[in-house]
Design a protein around this ligand. Structure first.
Ligand code: 13P
Ligand code: SF4
Length: 308
C-alpha cells in the first residue's frame, strides 16, 4: 500500500512536470476516477469542458473523458493537440447513431431540424443542425420556432425529458445510455424509504420512470451545484458513480447516496494515471477531426454555444 502511494506520487510528479514542459492542460469529466479528477486543471460536465477547451491558451489538451468529448475539443480547437489517454474510451450511446443512419432518417423527415446531443460522433454532428448537452437541451429546443419539426438524436430518454419540459413533440432516435439505464425506479423508491429526508437528483439520461421521482433533473455540472446549494444533508444521486468523488470532496458535511452502485461507465474508467503519463510522454493518441467534417460539425456546435 505504501509502495502504491509512492508509485502514485511519482506518477503525479512526472505528469505535472511533463504538463508544464509541453504547455498542456488536463481536462477531466465528472465521471473520471478520483485520482484523475484530483490532478486535473478543470473538472466539469460536457458543456463546461468544451467551453474550457475553446478558451484555453495551452497548446495541448489531455482530455480525460470519452472519445466524443475529445472530438468536440478538436472541433473547437483545430490548432491544439488533443490527446485521449486511452483510444478505447468510447461512449456506447454515441455509437448508436451513424451519419448514414441519420441521413436516412432526414430523408424521411426532410422538414425537421436535427438537434444532436453532444454524445455523438463528429460525422453525426456534421449532419446535424444544432448540438445540445444535458445542461442546455431544454433551452436549445425552446429556442426553435414553435412550428419547427424536431428530430432529436441519439438519446431517447433525454429527448423524452426535453419534450416533456418544453411541451414540444419530437421525433426521438432510439438510443440510450447503458449506464444510466441500470438505474431503476425501484432503487430510488427503496432509498427514499431508507432516507426519508433525502433530496433526489438525477441525470436526464435516466429512464422516464426514474426522472419522474426526482426533485431535480440536471447535467453533472448541475448536480454539483444542486449538491452545494441544497439545505438537505442527504442527497440520493442518480447518475454515474464517479461523480460521488467530487460531491463528497466539495461537501464533506453532506451524505451522498448513489441511486445504484451498478451505474458505472466502464469506458470512463479506462483513463488512469499511467495512461495520462504515457499519453503526455508519447503525445498520443491524438484525436483529430478531418477538416471537411470539422467545419460542418463546428457549425452545429457553434450554434449551441451562441445560445448558452
Ligand atoms: P454531462 O454533460 O451532464 O456531464 O453528461 C455527459 C454524459 O456522458 C452523461 O452520461
Ligand atoms: Fe456515454 Fe453513458 Fe458513459 Fe455518459 S455514462 S459516456 S452517456 S455510456
Amino acid at each position: 500500500m505504501i509502495n502504491d502511494l509512492d508509485g502514485d506520487a511519482r506518477l503525479i510528479e512526472e505528469i505535472q512536470h511533463l504538463k508544464k514542459a509541453k504547455n498542456a492542460i488536463i481536462l477531466a469529466h465528472n465521471y473520471q476516477l478520483g485520482e484523475i479528477q484530483d490532478i486535473a486543471d478543470f473538472v466539469g460536465d460536457s458543456l463546461e469542458l468544451s467551453q474550457k477547451a475553446a478558451q484555453t491558451g495551452a497548446s495541448v489538451i489531455v482530455f480525460c473523458g470519452v472519445h466524443f468529448m475529445a472530438e468536440t475539443a478538436s472541433i473547437l480547437c483545430p490548432d491544439k493537440r488533443v490527446l485521449l489517454p486511452d483510444i478505447h474510451a468510447g461512449c456506447p450511446m454515441a455509437n448508436m447513431v451513424t451519419a448514414e443512419g441519420l441521413r436516412g432518417k432526414k430523408e424521411e423527415y426532410p422538414e425537421a431540424t436535427v438537434v444532436c446531443y453532444v454524445n455523438s460522433t463528429a460525422d453525426v454532428k456534421a449532419e446535424s443542425d444544432v448540438c445540445c448537452t444535458s445542461a442546455n437541451a431544454v433551452k436549445i429546443v425552446s429556442n426553435l420556432p414553435d412550428e419547427q419539426r424536431i428530430l432529436f438524436i441519439p438519446d431517447q430518454y433525454l429527448g423524452y425529458f426535453v419534450s416533456n419540459k418544453t411541451g414540444r413533440e419530437m421525433i426521438l432516435w432510439p438510443g440510450f445510455c447503458p449506464t444510466h439505464a441500470r438505474i431503476r425506479s425501484q432503487d430510488i423508491t427503496r432509498l427514499k424509504q431508507e432516507y426519508p429526508q433525502a433530496k433526489i437528483v438525477v441525470h436526464p439520461e435516466c429512464r422516464p420512470e426514474v426522472t419522474a421521482l426526482a426533485d431535480d433533473v440536471l447535467s453533472t455540472g448541475g448536480i454539483c451545484r444542486f449538491a452545494r446549494d441544497t439545505a438537505a444533508v442527504d442527497v440520493i444521486v442518480g447518475t454515474e458513480i464517479g461523480i460521488l468523488h467530487r460531491l463528497r470532496k466539495e461537501n464533506p458535511d453532506k451524505r451522498f447516496i448513489p441511486a445504484s452502485e451498478q451505474a458505472v461507465c466502464p469506458r470512463m474508467k479506462l483513463i488512469t494515471l499511467e495512461t495520462v503519463l504515457w499519453s503526455l510522454q508519447e503525445m498520443a493518441p491524438e484525436i483529430k477531426v478531418p477538416e471537411e467534417i470539422r467545419l460542418r460539425a463546428k457549425s452545429a456546435v457553434d450554434r449551441m454555444l451562441e445560445v448558452v
